[in-house]
Design a protein around this ligand. Structure first.
Ligand code: ATP
Ligand code: MG
Length: 807
């Protein structure tokens, strides 16, 4: 038995021998470093290099084939490896596709003698695929899909073109086919435009017609098309979700996944699986809203909730609130609590509140099942090495471990025998796929971090890719609705469910909501908050739901806005005024009116006796039957808006000027008789006379201009003062996200303006509570900020009025 020291010395020796050999066959530095860490693989590759007789080096292309041979050569047929290596060096086997054919054959033969002709056939030896043939096959494939390709342009799924070519020319070199494909596609479409680079646009497809009486196959195809949600289809005003398939129709093929070996996986539930699912759910629509508790929710999440909860409500189904809590570093109890509270504030009632973490044991059992199916392996590449070999289309050097070894090492991972970063569990998907999400994604990683829910029970945590689809399957989600960036992850989502043979939800993607002059990603919101660019997650300038609530926006306005923009796949930035429109609509109907003055200018009514004190009546909802009267104190000193007095009168101006009259709302007309100025030349006080004989509707024509005002509640007593916070857009440009790293420089320095010393009517001071909403006539809609203290009200301006009611 070798001692530990001796083993280490031998390993070191092997590495020293191997490094120059690996370099000689053209492997990249990072690939070499990663390979050297795997002693077994290093030994295999050294053997292969020696066996091939290329210790002096060989071209890189051959080197890559040797690497794959070391990694994938069937263990039961090692006696034939020299023969295969000879074929590689003689350039009989030139591509990994051929190599795969060879492995398949050798695995079957095992230790028995090979048959030269059968081997050559299995590995496609001597089959010459000319560039002309590739070019012609690619042209054929493009021609057959031309219409769709011209319509979708660079959003077209090129796997659909690749598959027929690899089928027609089995032995063609994959890289050559891909190169030809992109060059022909580009020749047809021209360079990429702005729109090509943006996420896919909504496509208007006609509603699927009823199948005409036709051949059975065609009918089946039409039924499948009808069952699949139409890409980008919009529902109706009454039912925005009308285009989604019914739960009972989820046994149609709705997604296909192409593999690099030409095979295709068609995603559909078998009738039996669907029947069991229907049994469990009673045929109900089941959706989920899956926030990650790593920040506060924002208006984009309001759209997601409208989609998830809204669809369940529409069909009498149920919706889970599921915390996607697999990243313990970023997640906090504060966020978990806030999400629960704000979901309910938005008016949604989760059927059940669940956590991805509550399924950790079940997910772990699935991982073991996956290893037993030969579909996962423990890998020791670092993050950078994984990226590097993925980019090069190379398998991990640890990919071909035995099931027993993988089970043992995965258990070692779970028991904490590795340090962070020393091992991951990776899914054995298709490292040569067109779709990077299929390149053997990580399923589990090691993190020695306390989990907010699971505590320190686990040191291995499942990745999003592993967790999300399985939680959907566990919860029998009928419609897994998510944003478009997940579209390319459909393949991996279904790959895992298919391998584990679970029920498969329908997945449908919609566009992320973006709004002008703001940012919504939680990462950016987090920076704004932690770097004090705003005052907390609920700063009213943010479009977080907490910020909107504090600003005075009603949840009903947010949901009405979501309904209006719809659940389409349109990727655009929605103008902020569309949201404001719904905010005003709601506040107009629901918020009581009152009078206030933001920047007061003192007006002394010289014909009102000094000791005069009376009240006039205001109306909370003028002109509406539900309106109520409230008292406005009136006395000799009143305050008007400073901007409502000018020295220079003009035709289109309805405010006050020397000699000019205006109406004090709900009270009397006044006429300016004089004014005084301060040392700096500004107007300090105005003198005016009130027409106390004026009676509304009494026949006397009032002046055109109507002013907001607040009077001293009693002679010599200052009116109630308040702080008012006025808001402007947080970012100067419409799309700060487009500025890359410079987005913070785009912050609007004037987004918050604090007005001290505004005046409000005394009844507000007596009754207003935090979050109450009012219209200050002529000034806008305002809501009471929770910073308010008795005698020190603070208001946020939610939104301005569209038009002041009279100039
Ligand atoms: P962010 O980038 O803002 O952190 P996220 O996608 O990481 O967003 P999650 O908490 O994981 O946020 O999202 C929960 C759900 O809300 C997901 O289904 C996600 O797709 C959806 N969602 C997130 N942002 C938006 C948005 N801007 N518009 C619509 N849906 C969104
Ligand atoms: Mg997230």
């Amino acid at each position: 038995m070798a001692t530990k020291e001796e083993k280490e010395r031998l390993a070191k020796e092997l590495q020293d021998t191997a490094r120059p050999l690996f370099s000689a066959i053209g492997l990249d530095e990072k690939v070499i470093e990663s390979a050297l860490k795997n002693i077994k693989f290093t030994q295999a590759l050294v053997d292969v290099i020696k066996e091939a007789g290329v210790t002096e080096g060989c071209p890189k292309a051959k080197g890559n084939l040797l690497y794959t041979t070391a990694s994938k050569h069937p263990a039961n047929a090692l006696v034939h490896r020299p023969m295969l290596l000879e074929a590689i060096l003689a350039e009989k086997v030139k591509t990994t596709t051929q190599l795969d054919g060879a492995f398949e054959y050798l695995k079957k033969v095992g230790g028995e003698p090979t048959d030269a002709a059968a081997f050559e056939e299995a590995a496609g030896v001597g089959v010459v695929v000319t560039p002309e043939q590739i070019s012609a096959a690619v042209a054929d494939a493009i021609a057959s899909k031309k219409e769709q390709l011209l319509e979708d342009r660079y959003h077209f799924n090129t796997n659909l073109l690749l598959a027929p070519v690899t089928k027609a020319l089995k032995w063609a070199d994959g890289a050559a086919v891909r190169a030809e494909l992109s060059s022909q596609v580009e020749a047809l479409l021209g360079p990429k435009t702005e729109a090509d680079l943006a996420p896919p646009e909504k496509k208007k497809k006609p509603k699927a017609e009823k199948p005409k009486p036709a051949a059975k196959e065609e009918q089946a195809a039409a039924a499948a098309a009808a069952a699949a949600p139409e890409e980008g289809a919009a529902g109706t005003a009454d039912d925005p979700y009308a285009f989604m398939p019914k739960p009972e129709d989820n046994n149609q093929v709705h997604t296909t996944v192409n593999f690099s070996d030409g095979s295709v996986m068609r995603i559909a539930n078998s009738p039996a699986v669907l029947a069991q699912h229907m049994q469990r759910t009673g045929g109900k629509v089941v959706t989920r809203f899956p926030p990650e508790p790593n920040g506060y929710l924002h208006i984009g999440h309001a759209k997601a909730m409208f989609v998830d909860f809204g669809m369940a409500v529409q069909y009498g189904g149920v919706c889970y609130l599921r915390y996607d809590d697999t990243n313990p570093e970023a997640e906090k109890q504060e966020y978990i609590d806030h999400i629960a509270e704000i979901v309910s504030w938005m008016g949604w009632s989760p059927w059940k509140v669940t956590y991805a973490s509550q399924y950790f044991a079940q997910l772990h059992a699935y991982a073991v099942q996956l290893i037993k199916a030969g579909k996962a392996f423990v890998c020791h590449q670092s993050k950078a090495e994984i990226e590097e070999s993925r980019e090069q289309g190379l398998p991990s050097p640890w990919r071909e471990r035995s099931i027993e070894e993988n089970l043992r090492l995965f258990e070692d991972m779970r028991r904490g025998l590795y340090k962070e970063g020393e091992a991951t569990l990776r899914m054995k998907m298709d490292h040569k796929n067109e779709n990077p999400n299929m390149w053997d994604s990580v399923a589990y990683r090691i993190k020695y971090v306390q989990h907010p829910m699971a505590g320190d029970e686990w040191c291995i945590y499942p990745s999003y890719d592993f967790t999300h689809c399985l939680c959907d399957a566990i919860e029998d989600i009928t419609h897994s609705l998510c944003t478009l960036e997940f579209e390319s992850r459909r393949a991996s989502y279904y790959w895992l469910l298919d391998v584990l043979d679970t029920y498969k939800p329908v997945v449908w993607e919609y566009s992320r909501l973006n709004i002008t002059n703001t940012v919504l990603s939680k990462r950016k919101l987090n920076r704004l908050v932690t770097e004090d660019h705003v005052h907390g997650w609920d700063d009213p300038r943010l479009l977080t739901l907490a910020g909107l609530r504090r600003r005075g926006v009603a949840p009903a306005s947010i949901n009405a806005f979501c309904r209006e923009i719809g659940i389409t796949r349109n990727a655009n930035v929605i103008p902020y005024h569309k949201l404001e429109h719904h905010v005003r609509l709601h506040l107009d109907v629901n918020s009581p009116r009152t009078l206030a003055v933001l920047r007061p200018l003192k007006v002394v009514l010289t014909n009102v006796p000094e000791q005069h004190s009376s009240t006039v009546q205001g109306a909370t909802l003028p002109g509406r039957p539900e309106s109520q009267a409230y008292d406005l104190p009136f006395s000799r000193v009143v305050y008007i808006e400073a901007s409502d007095f000018r020295l220079q009168d003009s035709k289109d101006y309805y405010g006050l000027a020397p000699g000019k009259s205006a109406m004090l709302r709900y009270a009397y007309p006044i006429t300016v008789t004089g004014y005084s100025t301060a040392a700096d030349g500004s107007i300090s006080e105005v003198a005016a006379e009130a027409d106390l004989s004026f009676v509304a509707g009494g026949g006397k024509k009032p002046p055109k201009g109507v002013l907001n005002w607040v009077a001293q509640p009693a002679p010599g007593q200052d009116p109630e003062r308040a702080e008012v916070r006025l808001y402007d857009v947080l970012f100067k440009s419409e799309a700060p996200d487009a500025l890359g790293d410079a987005w913070l420089e785009d912050l609007n320095p004037d987004s918050l303006q604090v007005v001290q010393g505004a005046m409000v009517n005394p009844h507000l001071a007596a009754t207003a509570k935090a979050f109450d909403r009012f219209q200050f006539e002529r000034l806008g809609y305002f809501s009471v900020d929770p910073d308010s203290k008795p005698g020190q009200l603070v208001f946020n301006r939610t939104v301005t009025l569209k038009d002041s009611f009279k100039k």
